[in-house]
Write a protein that binds this ligand. Structure first.
Ligand SMILES: [Zn+2]
Length: 363
């Protein structure tokens, strides 16, 4: 089958990145290749699967959970969820690809008009019954019944599963009102964890993950479908580290090992190593931050001393004078930036992106 890039649609050259990747997570018999599009740099499975449903035979996202599993899942998933705190009661929010309903459950009780979309009909029905909200399995009826009415659509770790990301963005665009928000969370294939673990990186998740759009790819998709990229940034997700380590140690994902290693993943996250930087550079970046803070303090004191030398040590108006000069000093400190490492992009395992629909519809 010939290659066609899911983002730039080029059919040209590719470079093989990971060949014959086994399913480390669920242990199915599939083996898939990941290639990089030479035209736009997208990492993508090739050839594209005709039917992805066999990949999800025993997908744990759709299973009933033990209490421990549910708790751990909430712990690692909640930081990547869209923060709906700024939205008022009555907000219409659709979780597109809502999986086990974790996000809908988390935002329930705020007076939102909640909706789910989950293509697996049995799962959609179970969710709908459990959460008592409409969970659609039929895309056509969803599109027909909610056209241009939604305020927020969320794609939590969904885009990378799709063989047609264009369709997802177009569908969300159709459902959103002008000025509505599409929130996208995707694994970052150019991150520190991705490079460190290579084909054993948990978020590669072969064969279920199909493509890995980076910032420039999402921007391109956004432009094509009538959105502007309003905000983007790394989101904390200790899974990348904690779930990859069991694969390295034991050859496949094992839940007990993952649960054991998860605190390390949290520590790894808290250390805040900026993925994309080596550990050495990360430590250097931290040291630089402290140095900069000290330099600011010294600079502000220097300005105060200089002011005292010119004006004499203040007596009556002393406090005002001191506050003013300290302010000037801190301002100078802020201007003085040391950039050798900090100007490099800060990258993490998972990235969140906020898209806004443009007010003029082009449908
Ligand atoms: Zn491409």
């Amino acid at each position: 089958m010939s290659f066609r890039c899911l983002v730039c649609h080029a059919g040209g050259g590719t470079d093989l990145v990971y060949g014959a990747c086994p399913d480390y997570y669920l242990g199915t018999a599939f083996r898939v290749d990941y290639v990089r599009c030479r035209a736009c740099g997208l990492l993508q499975q090739s050839p594209l699967p005709e039917d992805v449903s066999p990949f999800y035979g025993a997908y744990p996202v759709h299973e009933a959970k033990s209490k421990l599993y549910a708790m751990l899942r909430w712990l690692v998933m909640s930081p990547i969820y869209y923060d709906a705190g700024k939205h008022r009661a009555g907000t219409a929010l659709l979780d597109y690809g809502c999986g086990d309903g974790g996000y809908l459950e988390a935002v329930d009780g705020r007076g939102f008009r909640l909706l789910g979309y989950e293509p697996e009909a049995g799962q959609a029905a179970r969710l709908s019954e459990r959460l008592r909200i409409p969970v659609h399995a039929d895309l056509e009826s969803l599109l027909a019944s909610h056209s241009g009415t939604l305020d927020v659509v969320t794609l939590h770790m969904v885009l990378e599963h799709l063989t047609d990301p264009d369709a997802a963005l177009a569908n969300a665009r159709h459902l959103l009102r002008p000025g509505g928000t599409l929130y996208v969370v995707v694994p970052h294939a150019d991150s520190f964890e991705a490079r460190l673990f290579g084909r054993k990186w948990h978020n590669l998740d072969p064969p279920r993950h199909i493509s890995f759009p980076l910032l420039e790819h999402v921007r391109r998709l956004a432009e094509r479908h009538g959105y502007t990229l309003a905000r983007h940034g790394p989101v904390p997700f200790p899974n990348g580290f904690a779930a990859s380590l069991p694969v390295v140690l034991s050859g496949r994902f094992r839940f007990p090992l993952f649960a054991l290693v998860l605190p390390l993943g949290v520590v790894d996250f808290l250390l805040g190593h900026d993925a994309g930087l080596s550990l050495k550079n990360t430590i250097q970046a931290r040291v630089l931050k402290v140095q900069r803070l000290i330099l600011r303090m010294v600079a502000s004191q220097f300005v105060i001393c200089a002011a005292y030398l010119v004006h004499g040590v203040p007596d009556k108006c002393g406090e005002t004078n001191k506050i003013l000069t300290t302010g000037v000093g801190i301002g100078l400190g802020h201007l003085w930036r040391m950039r050798p490492l900090e100007s490099r992009p800060v990258r993490r395992d998972v990235v969140g992106l906020n898209l806004k629909t443009k007010s003029s519809s082009h449908q």
